[in-house]
Ligand binder design. Structure first.
Ligand code: PMP
Length: 360
């Protein structure tokens, strides 16, 4: 069966060599006579996988030794609660930048455990931009500042990280981790659901500065206390074993390709192809502000619901699938994560040109 170009926002396309390797090891991982799915998480073979995955991620992101790497379950949505449960107790308040639906969910959870101050928002223009953030907007007494580095639904991203002084910066990096390079030392916590640039859903990666561990509120369930997972090196309970294994293969693939800086160049090239066409098309237009537009998720519209629907239908028939926009905004969205080959974007742009000609 021919594979399609899958523009899903997540779970999303995975690198084909990773899927081929996983398939070849499905019945017998490394001479163990069993699949990674069947293996004890306390086994030597699995220890090799989890330690290997951590080492590769450290290398890819340049994670300093003063940071812990955790492989958890619960998705980024669990982090919306886990972050305040562990951090907000310091001063009882935290600052948030509201750049979309996921930021809002993080704010909603933090409110349960302390005071969540929204210091800037782009809701006035349907989250089509990233607010300008001067250091003075942040409360120096906040326990942390929370941002969403890439807004999956609205297709915006931060091009620079805000300066929060001594207040730890916490970033939901679910949809652009490993897709663009960041200086980890500028952040207190990075978290991400795996199902975009890392691997299958069910795995959540947390990168946390050591001094932020060990401050959970008394009410914190043991599974939501970072310290639990730091002390047990992600093996407090059964971790998402297969997800960690696939993540390790994805990390190897990315390192072979030249690492995150190289990947970012490739991603900018891919996004550039689509933006250039959108900027010149008479039928389609991108919806995000030019200076803030994402290189991972690209929403666009025709202005006509009927044309949008026809486009999605015809694209699907041409093996360009999952292009429907998020249910809250409509239109189209092309998610072009690390594993989307440049060829997929080329094919999409060619198809859009053809569609524009035929429906002019
Ligand atoms: N944050 C962002 C930026 C996301 O894109 C998503 C999911 N698409 C989430 C959080 C929620 O992630 P999860 O489904 O892993 O809880």
């Amino acid at each position: 069966m021919a594979r399609v170009y899958n523009f899903s926002a997540g779970p999303a396309v995975l690198p084909e060599p990773v899927l081929v390797k996983a398939a070849s090891e499905m019945l017998d991982y490394g001479g163990s006579g069993m699949s990674v799915m069947e293996m004890s998480h306390r086994s030597k073979a699995f220890a090799g996988i989890v330690e290997g995955a951590e080492g590769l991620l450290r290398k890819l992101m340049g994670i300093p030794d003063t940071y812990k790497v955790l492989f958890l379950q619960g998705g980024a949505s669990s982090q919306f609660a886990m972050v305040p449960l562990n951090l907000i107790g310091k001063t009882g308040k935290a600052d948030f930048v509201n750049t979309g639906a996921w930021s809002k969910k993080a704010i909603g959870q933090a409110k349960k455990y302390g005071k969540a101050n929204v210091v800037a928002s782009s809701e006035d223009r349907t989250f089509t931009y990233i607010p300008k953030l001067n250091k003075s907007v942040f409360d120096p007494d906040a326990s942390y500042v929370h941002i969403t580095t890439n807004n999956t639904i609205y297709g915006t991203h931060y091009t620079t990280l805000p300066d929060t002084g001594d207040v730890p910066l916490v970033a939901d990096m679910s949809s652009n981790i490993l897709g663009e390079a960041y200086d980890v030392s500028k952040l207190g916590i990075i978290y991400a659901g795996a199902q975009k640039n890392i691997g299958p859903s069910g795995l959540t990666v947390v990168i946390i500065r050591e001094d932020l561990v060990g401050h959970a509120m008394d009410i914190t369930p043991i599974m939501f206390d970072y310290q639990t997972h730091v002390e047990a090196a992600s093996l407090y309970n059964t971790p998402p074993c297969y997800g960690i294994y696939i993540a390790k293969l994805v990390f190897e693939w990315l390192l072979d390709l030249g690492g995150v800086t190289e990947m970012e160049k490739i991603n900018k090239g891919k996004a550039g192809l689509l933006y250039e066409y959108l900027d010149n098309s008479k039928m389609f237009r991108g919806t995000a502000a030019e200076e803030d537009r994402s290189i991972m998720n690209i929403p666009f519209v025709t202005g006509s619901e009927e044309l949008d629907a026809a486009f999605i239908k015809e694209a699907t028939a041409n093996s360009l699938v999952t292009l429907k926009g998020h249910r809250s905004v409509g239109g189209m969205r092309a998610s072009i994560y690390n594993a989307m080959p440049r060829e997929g974007v080329v094919k999409l742009v060619e198809f859009m040109k053809k569609f524009e000609r035929e429906h002019a």
